[in-house]
Structure formats: structure tokens, C-alpha cells
Design a binder for this molecule. Structure first.
Ligand SMILES: Nc1ncnc2c1ncn2[C@@H]1O[C@H](COP(=O)(O)OP(=O)(O)OP(=O)(O)O)[C@@H](O)[C@H]1O
Length: 237
């Protein structure tokens, strides 16, 4: 569903992403871990068509993002670190607006309320102004859009940073539900523990390169931490 083939991005003389080969299949969560500046967000931005590759291709459902930026984006849902909502609008009104922007045809209030409920937003919050929402509640509105859109792939860029452990656990349970419903999920995170809990595979990135791809089922949390530190430690060597 998501495929990077020799994907490369240069910013001037700096190579931010170097010949990335990566696949995320439907029903799979791939987590990307790595130190600051490793090229993780650049990877997400290339799949979203926010950046042009310097070489290689980012494909969504077999289609090069450059050849059909609108069509490929329609199949994706992007959840950034901070979801921006209109503070003056309620949760339902925000979702109605973003659903229209995303070209979702079914935008009846009962349907969108159902999507918000599935994303875990309490009934009582749906008609309150989003200015009073916690970060966890805003992230749920973002996931409700994925549910309404029936997004086939989710691109998540540090979606849980700043969430408390309970909100983080709830968020991951929702991601797993989307995965089990057949979505392909690419998640950038700094949380090794969660990456191992929810990821099917874990990629370790450093200085623009994917150094290792690990099957989460094959590794303990402490071994993952050791491997991560080894890879990142090599940076200083
Ligand atoms: N628009 C840009 N212009 C110039 N350099 C950029 C741009 N975007 C990213 N970079 C550089 O590319 C490299 C990779 O950045 P990227 O944001 O992909 O890293 P990251 O792995 O997501 O890091 P973090 O964990 O800090 O979010 C960094 O050296 C960064 O400074």
C-alpha cells in the first residue's frame, strides 16, 4: 500500500533521506524510530507529496505520488504531532469541515458522530468548542476523520508525544483497530516501548538511512532498546 523505492531527498548539499526502500502492506503497522534529524518526517512528507523526491519514488497503492498527488492523498490520512482544529467550532463541526475538505461524501451529523464515538471522543465533548479540548481529544478528531474517510493508509508523525499514558494507550488501541480493519500504518515515534507493542515491524533510521528493519514479534523490549542504542551510538563513533 505504501512503498518507497530508492527514495532520496536532498536539501541543498545535505542528504536528508538516502535511497530508502520500504513497504507497508495493508493490515500492517511499521514504526520508524531514530534520533532527531534521521529523515523520518522527510519520509512522511514525501508520501504526502509535501516534498518532491530528489531521486526514487514514493508510491501509494502502486501509484507514484508525483504522478497523482490528489488521488494518492485521498487514500491517506495524516496525523501530525499537533492536530490543528478550529477552536470556535465544536468537534462535530470541525469534523464536518475537514470531511468536506477531504471530499468525503457521507457527511450527515449521525454518521460523523458515530465516527467520533468510534474514535473514542465522549458524547459530551462532541458539541463543545474544540478550544477546550485536550491534545488526546484533538487526536481523536483526527482519527475520526480516518474512520470517516475509510483511509487505506495512515501516516502518523509522533502522534502521541505529550499524551498521558492512558491517552497514549487509547490512541494506540485505535491505531491497532484501524490496522486490523486493513489499513497500512506508518508511524514515526520516539517511544520504543509502544513501537514494539503495536508495530509489526520497526525500522531504525540514522542520518537519512534505514539501518535495520526488525520484526517486533522477534524482539524483547530490552533487546530493542539495546539495538537502538547500538545503532545510535555508532553515530558518535
Ligand atoms: N525544509 C528543509 N530544509 C532544509 N533541511 C531540512 C528541511 N526539512 C528537513 N531538513 C533536514 O533534513 C534532515 C532530516 O530531517 P527530518 O525532519 O526528516 O528528521 P526526523 O528524523 O523527523 O527528526 P525529528 O525526530 O527531530 O523529528 C535534518 O537534518 C533536517 O535538518
Amino acid at each position: 500500500m505504501l512503498e518507497a523505492i530508492g527514495l532520496t531527498k536532498d536539501f541543498g548539499a545535505h542528504r536528508a533521506l538516502d535511497s530508502l526502500d520500504l513497504r507497508v502492506d495493508p493490515g500492517e503497522i511499521v514504526c520508524l524510530l531514530g534520533a532527531n534529524g534521521a529523515g523520518k518526517t522527510t519520509t512522511i512528507n514525501l508520501f504526502l507529496g509535501f516534498l518532491e523526491p530528489s531521486a526514487g519514488e514514493a508510491r501509494v497503492d502502486g501509484v507514484d505520488v508525483r504522478s497523482d498527488p490528489v488521488g494518492t492523498k485521498r487514500k491517506l490520512l495524516y496525523v501530525p504531532e499537533q492536530i490543528a482544529l478550529f477552536g470556535e467550532l465544536t468537534g462535530v463541526e470541525n469534523l464536518t469541515y475537514f470531511a468536506a475538505l477531504s471530499g468525503i461524501e457521507e457527511r450527515s451529523a449521525p454518521f460523523l458522530r458515530q465516527c467520533l464515538a468510534q474514535a473514542g471522543l465522549p458524547d459530551a465533548a462532541m458539541d463543545r468548542r474544540a478550544s477546550g479540548y485536550s491534545k488526546g481529544m484533538r487526536q481523536k478528531v483526527g482519527l475520526a476523520l480516518a474512520i470517516a474517510k475509510q483511509a487505506r493508509a495512515l501516516l502518523l508523525d509522533e502522534p502521541i508525544s505529550g499524551l498521558d499514558p492512558q491517552a497514549s494507550a487509547e490512541f494506540h488501541a485505535l491505531i491497532v483497530r484501524q490496522r486490523d480493519a486493513g489499513a497500512a500504518v506508518l508511524m514515526v515515534t520516539h517511544d520504543l516501548f509502544r513501537a514494539r507493542e503495536v508495530g509489526n515491524r520497526i525500522g531504525l533510521m540514522r542520518e537519512g538511512k534505514l539501518r535495520r528493519m526488525i520484526d517486533a514479534a522477534d524482539i524483547t523490549a530490552s533487546d530493542l532498546e539495546r539495538l537502538y542504542l547500538e545503532e545510535m551510538g555508532a553515530m558518535a563513533a
